[in-house]
Design a protein around this ligand. Sequence first.
Ligand code: ZN
Ligand code: ZN
Length: 302
Amino acid sequence: MIPCLFGNLASRLTDDPTVGWPFLTSTTFFCAVTTSRAQTSLPYRVASALTGGFLGLLYPRNCAGCEEPLDGDGDADRTWLCQPCEGRLHRIAPPYCGVCGQSYAGEVSEAVARFRCGNCADLDLAFDFAVGAYRNEGLARELIHRFKYGRQHALCALLGELLRGALTDDRLAGSLAAGERWTLVPVPLHGRRLRDRGFNQAAELCRVLRRSVGDAFDLTPALRRVRHTGHQAALDRGDRLSNLQGAFALAPGRRLRSRIAGRSVLLVDDVLTTGATAAECARVLVETGGAAKVVVITVVRG
Ligand SMILES: [Zn+2]
Ligand SMILES: [Zn+2]
């Protein structure tokens, strides 16, 4: 308990979402605060091994899912989750809707791999497509809940890593491999909710993602939520869309806007359910901000 409090305190003091849990897990501390390129360097590996060995004595690594020590067979190289808990995460794999990212059971041929599901067939969405890394169920859902509502801020580093799974979508992977530059934009929270929660989960995920992916992304908080819309859980998709009209605007500042105009934008959030929020954000980015295109990535979809 004391190490947990210490870790959370470290996170708050440094304003760094990746400090906290990694602080406890010691061997991952360097992983979380350095870029992937730096992680491969010899000095990094030596420092990590030495520091991990020392701090590991004080703070043994525990699984973020079951909280058992990560000392089982095959756990030696694991940073966050033991093998059984990793099995409780369900990746979204094809077939999934080529527009909203909703996954479907069964098989599809190559020819129809980019199908558009019935839910979004008649919708005019401002984003090109949305990709979720995991299904919104099981451990993924639990981790997000603990992060957002349980004040387990340090889980952000793990969720940011899970978010990277969305980048394996072949359209995004191909674009990144070709060197296309993307601007990360977090879905904003209204000021009232930001005060209640203390942080914007989407902005924190952007920071982790940018840090782990490195120079491939820019990060710009280009949107703000100008109208509080309350909880939308009880509304269907159509009602959500109309309820959200006018809820978002471009953040002020010419320099900030110049980072959106003509750019490829990756809109980031933790969860995508109906897609109404993402659609309205994308509409503002394209129509007002002049973004060339908007693609949505989330940790979970469903
Ligand atoms: Zn576990
Ligand atoms: Zn769809």
